[in-house]
Design a protein around this ligand. Structure first.
Ligand SMILES: Cc1cc2nc3c(=O)[nH]c(=O)nc-3n(C[C@H](O)[C@H](O)[C@H](O)COP(=O)(O)O)c2cc1C
Length: 178
């Protein structure tokens, strides 16, 4: 399979998860393209059989650069007719949306809008979202205190080795159903 592994990471946590996905997909024998979202990046989503899309959660949503990219790409797909009302299912492409999140105020509930937002991009294209994953990610820099005082308790050093192992297991499992 041709696999796209696209992510946005402001402080490095999602970069770790994307690296885990990249290695797991490659070890399973698939062709993987990893794209870190930055200004000016271009991606043709419809060229892939399987897409992993991840972001840190910032104010309940994915990172602005990722949202900007999706908005721009969606506009193009609308113009070219790839996004239509009542979208027909594209049986040949599947997607997984995931995030890393701190959950300080309301736990996993404040991360769900981010994956749902990404998921709607795929569903508007008729692409089935086969899973949404949530990986805990510590706060860095001036926000560090939030890693010990929030709804999820002490989340320092997350994602840790166990989190990444769990993610690799999930990635292996989801690849095996396709
Ligand atoms: C400015 C900022 C806003 C954040 N807002 C949220 C939020 O609304 N909900 C949440 O669960 N985590 C929030 N977080 C925590 C991040 O989602 C978490 O640390 C994530 O792993 C960061 O990913 P990254 O290192 O790949 O950028 C926020 C972090 C920062 C720096």
């Amino acid at each position: 399979m041709k696999v796209l592994n696209i992510y946005f990471s402001a402080t490095g946590n999602t970069a770790k998860t994307a690296a885990t996905i990249e290695k797991t997909v490659a070890d399973a024998g698939h062709e993987v393209t990893t794209v870190q979202v930055k200004e000016g990046v271009q991606v043709e989503f419809l060229d892939y059989d399987m897409i992993f899309m991840g972001s840190g959660v910032y104010h309940w949503l994915p990172g602005k650069p990722l949202m900007k990219l999706i908005e721009k790409v969606s506009e193009g797909y609308r113009k070219s007719g790839e996004i239509q009302r009542n979208p027909k299912r594209r049986a040949n492409i599947k997607a997984v949306t995931y995030c890393t999140y701190g959950g300080t105020h309301t736990g996993i509930r404040e991360a769900r809008p981010a994956t749902m937002w990404m998921g709607q991009f795929f569903e508007h294209l008729g692409i089935e979202v086969v899973a949404d994953w949530y990986v805990i990610g510590e706060f860095h820099g001036t926000w560090k205190d939030l890693s010990v005082s929030g709804r999820l308790g002490d989340i320092r050093n997350r994602p840790n080795e166990w989190d990444l192992k769990d993610l690799a297991e999930k990635t292996r499992a989801i690849l095996s159903i396709l």
